[in-house]
Write a protein that binds this ligand. Structure first.
Ligand code: PLP
Length: 302
């Protein structure tokens, strides 16, 4: 962890590991959850790790700010805004879609000094052009959702909190940057399992591999595509019910986009005996709880 960054944001906090007892018909299973969500409310979970290398570069190269892009509910956008705010950098956020409601995520970003630019979906696709347009005037470019080798290298540090006794590490995937990082940081005997929250995005494995070295590509990892609950940010009532149950049973708060689907997947995989008898499982709670604020009041019990 970088000195500057660590002192300002992370503050040497110890990260809690919560043990979760998930019962299924035949037996009790215990998995451990790495509560990265508790590090910071806004710069939640994995974003602290994913942003650190890029932020360090921007500071060292004397940029005055950071520009990045994402959707209207993007945790990456808020996290970038809050990080820049804490470190005295300016920030610009390019948001997909011209007519979108001004939700909590965007409000948080604005409160942290981020200047927002709304672009139509077609222009949003042309990242080269956006980059040319926005990275001038001292703004350092970070890819959409933080997808980059720098992001993965930063995320690899998550493994510093997972000891060698674990046989499996399970995390949620959006761009796959965090998972690539965990593969980088994992021990060779550890299997990394990613739960994709996108519907049918089969290229995710290639996106992840593109952030890995040849040696890392030979490590043991797998992406599962059948726990998306309808697709990115889709949250049917069944998922909301699951989140409320999960909180009531385990005092584990989850978010609607990533971690609820992750915990659900782990529970389902356990019931299928996916991991094997002697497995010791670490599940990464990557944060994202701020996204729940966009739900109607009283939807969640926490
Ligand atoms: C951004 C995010 C992810 C996905 O990270 P990627 O590196 O894009 O795969 C997972 N969980 C939470 C809570 C996030 O905010």
């Amino acid at each position: 962890m970088l000195i500057n960054y660590n002192m300002l944001l992370f503050n040497n906090k110890k990260i809690k590991i919560q043990s979760l007892e998930l019962k299924n018909k035949s037996k009790k299973n215990v998995v451990n959850v790495l509560r990265l969500d508790e590090i910071d409310k806004v710069i939640s979970g994995n974003k602290i790790f994913k942003l650190q290398v890029s932020v360090q570069k921007a500071i060292e190269l004397k940029y005055s700010g950071i520009v990045t892009c994402g959707g209207a509910f993007s945790n990456h956008i808020v996290a970038t805004a809050a990080t820049c705010n804490a470190l005295g950098l300016k920030s610009k956020g390019i948001i997909r879609g011209e007519t979108i409601p001004f939700n909590h995520t965007l409000q948080h970003a604005t409160e942290n000094g981020m200047e927002l630019f709304f672009v139509d979906r077609k222009s949003f696709k042309d990242k080269k052009k956006l980059q040319q347009q926005f990275e001038k005037d001292g703004y350092y470019w970070i890819n959409e959702g933080g997808y980059s080798i720098d992001g993965a290298v930063g995320a690899a540090e998550i493994c510093n909190y997972i000891d060698d006794s674990y046989t499996h590490i399970v995390c949620a995937c959006g761009t796959g940057t965090m998972m690539a990082g965990i593969i980088k940081g994992a021990n060779t005997h550890q299997q990394v399992i990613g739960i994709s929250v996108l519907k049918g995005y089969q290229n995710l494995e290639n996106d992840i591999a593109a952030l890995l070295t040849e040696t890392e590509k030979n490590k043991s990892f797998q992406v599962l595509h059948n726990y998306h609950f309808g697709g990115y940010a889709k949250h049917p009532q069944s998922l909301i019910n699951y989140m409320n149950d999960c909180y009531q049973q385990h005092h584990l708060p989850t978010d609607i986009i990533y971690t609820s689907k992750l915990i659900f997947a782990v529970e389902d995989l356990l019931s299928q005996q996916y991991f094997g008898e002697s497995a010791k499982i670490m599940v990464i709670h990557s944060g994202g709880l701020q996204g729940n604020l966009s739900l109607p009041k009283n939807t969640l019990v926490f």
